[in-house]
Design a protein around this ligand. Structure first.
Ligand SMILES: Cc1ncc(COP(=O)(O)O)c(C=O)c1O
Length: 394
């Protein structure tokens, strides 16, 4: 018996979908990607969705589209608030686009950005926008975030790569900010091998994202977009080979979208299962006074189980990990810990207005276990056995 960080959620439908695409002989981005985008946008509740080859790429083209649309002729350094606990490619595209990162601590209960600190930071610094992250399937407090952003006249966007299906006031995360990004990598809620999505209600942002995704050309851009105006009078013959934005090639493939369509049909049952797994692990951990499991803010979809060690386990993570290893339980730090502690930080332009003490605590005492789209009774029994032995010998 083992308890790994992630498990496959594919059935025969996903494999058959791949075969159908192979049989067409047309594998690069086409009508299946378009169909998945439409169904995904409708599921999330946004007007537009633009699929790319990863969640990291979704962040990259989302931020880049934002830069071209909102900050094109801005002379000052563009400042973006980010939480100190998130994944590396929340931060790197921001750096690559020349933004300055303003680090904000996270809340120790739900691990999302500390909005009291954000409020203070927003008043004291000329922030241009906030990149909120719904961490591990948990929505942020969007009422509070919206009011802070409105008061300070700033935009917010969402890195929602870990939180597909999570809801706040009945509305899905990834649909609150100017755009939301999603990831379909293994271990995520929906798995398409690699893959990502940008969701938005802003037609301009969607069109810029479509052009940035594929070479900076106009081919997938809506006819009524201003971008077409840039090529007014250009013949159809030339138009296909004219470029309007400094793009990339981050296109997904048809096979990924075909798998995504099958996975999407199962999404609601996946989320139910994840919530049920969460209730079970919470019950197991609550037998001890030495764990804090991530607190749900509204309706979470539990990307993984984020746990903090406290009381007599504070500072003893390596002992617990040893016991996990003995029981074949795979665990990992909570995302990248406090991102400020990563050596790569020297390559980033950033400021830290206030100490990120909670992120330090997470860095040293955080641990993450996997949650799956299927029942985990056996894995959680293994965990319960492991913890019993661990506490007996402590
Ligand atoms: C918060 C966050 N942002 C971005 C990403 C990047 O997604 P991908 O692995 O699809 O590039 C991840 C990956 O897990 C993530 O957790």
């Amino acid at each position: 018996m083992e308890y790994k960080l992630a498990a496959s959620s594919w059935g025969k439908e996903e494999v058959q979908a791949m075969h159908r695409i192979i049989d067409t002989g047309m594998h690069s981005m086409g009508s299946t990607v378009k169909e998945f985008e439409e169904k995904f946008a409708s599921y999330v509740g946004t007007k537009h969705a633009v699929m790319v080859n990863s969640g990291s790429s979704a962040n990259l083209i989302g931020f880049h589209a934002l830069r071209l649309l909102k900050f094109k002729n801005v002379a000052h350094k563009i400042k973006v608030a980010v939480p100190a606990v998130s994944w590396s490619t929340t931060y790197f595209p921001l750096q690559q686009l020349g933004f300055q990162l303003v680090f904000v601590d996270v809340d120790l209960e739900n691990f999302n950005m500390d909005l009291d600190m954000l409020d203070k930071v927003a008043r004291e610094n000329d922030l241009d926008f906030v990149c909120g992250v719904n961490l591990l399937g948990n929505p942020m407090d969007f009422d509070r975030l919206t009011s802070i952003c409105n008061e300070n006249n700033i935009i917010f966007v969402e890195d929602n790569c870990e939180s597909l299906g999570a809801e706040y006031n009945g509305k899905k995360t990834g649909g609150f900010g100017l755009f939301g990004s999603f990831s379909f990598f293994f271990s995520h809620h929906l798995v398409t091998m690699e893959g990502g999505m940008v969701c938005t209600n802003d037609a301009d942002l969607a069109n810029y994202a479509r052009s940035l995704r594929a070479h900076g050309w106009l081919r997938e851009v809506d006819e009524d977009s201003d971008l077409h105006g840039l090529l007014e009078g250009v013949s159809e013959f030339e138009k296909k080979f004219r470029f309007v934005v400094p793009g990339y090639n981050l296109r997904p493939i048809e096979m990924e979208a075909a798998i995504g369509l099958e996975q999407l049909k199962k999404a609601n049952s996946f989320f139910e299962t994840r919530r049920s797994n969460f209730s079970k692990i919470k019950k197991i951990l609550s037998q001890y006074n030495d764990f804090h499991i991530q607190e749900a803010y509204e309706m979470a979809t539990w990307f993984g189980f984020g746990i903090l060690l406290k009381n007599k386990l504070e500072g003893r993570r390596s002992d617990l990990v040893k016991c996990f290893e003995k029981y074949n339980i795979e665990a990992r730090p909570l995302l990248a810990g406090n991102f400020l502690k990563n050596p790569v930080i020297e390559h980033l332009d950033y400021i830290v207005p206030y100490a990120c003490k909670n992120s330090d605590y997470i860095d040293e005492n955080g641990i993450m276990l996997g949650n799956y789209n299927r029942d985990m009774t056996n894995e959680l029994q293994l965990l319960e056995d492991c913890l019993r032995e661990f506490f007996q010998t402590l």
